[in-house]
Design a protein around this ligand. Structure first.
Ligand SMILES: [Zn+2]
Length: 197
């Protein structure tokens, strides 16, 4: 169940150390599970508003280091190493079968572009081994009422449904003349009034 829904990530710390302790050293923190990834609005411009770019960075092992205050080597709160420390956070070591990406709602005008597919590795792995994520569903929120609904497609992506638990007796309704590109994937999809992704 864990590998089905959760990604495993870990943080990597390195420190310049000192000649006294034999130079630089590193620490690999205990791996942890993530139920979903989070696309921050402050990353929107960095990734051009594209989830494809966000995801590429997410699964990259080449993360930008962020400086940290002191080395992790300390005793009773006293640092034992004078080196300069840097952290690399959320290095992905395993990906889930069902990938969930949550979007930061702080700036709803920043609408992310969700592609039809995402490749965790490369095109060869996607083609030959099927290592590829297909976009299958969107969760939509009405911020005013804090009400969630869902948008999904049939297996062949030809029929688009919108599911709202409090209307139509909770039965998904077919969106007439809707296409996957206009109602599920991409940047400018048609949403019910008052709802955001
Ligand atoms: Zn150190």
């Amino acid at each position: 169940m864990v590998s089905y829904l959760y990604a495993s990530v870990f943080d990597f710390h390195n420190c310049t150390g000192s000649s006294k302790i034999g130079g630089s050293h590193l620490e690999i923190a205990q791996p942890r599970h993530l139920r979903e990834f989070y696309a921050h609005c402050h990353s929107f411009t960095t990734f051009g508003g594209k989830i494809a770019n966000y995801f590429k960075d997410l699964v990259s092992i080449d993360k930008h280091p962020t400086p940290a205050e002191v080395c992790w080597c300390s005793k009773d709160g006293t640092p034992l190493c004078p080196g300069k420390r840097a952290n690399r956070k959320d290095l992905v070591m395993s990906i889930p079968i069902i990938l969930t990406i949550e979007v930061d709602l702080e700036k709803p005008n920043m609408v992310w572009d969700f592609p039809e597919t995402l490749n965790p590795l490369d095109q060869t792995a996607a083609t030959d081994r099927g290592i590829i994520y297909d976009l299958v569903r969107l969760a939509l929120l009405s911020p005013g009422s804090r009400h969630f609904i869902a948008r999904h497609a049939s297996r062949d992506k030809k029929i688009i449904y919108t599911y709202d638990g409090i209307v139509h007796k909770g039965i998904p309704v077919v969106e007439q003349e809707a296409t996957f590109k206009s109602y599920v994937s991409g940047k400018n999809i048609k949403l019910p009034n008052g709802f955001i992704i």
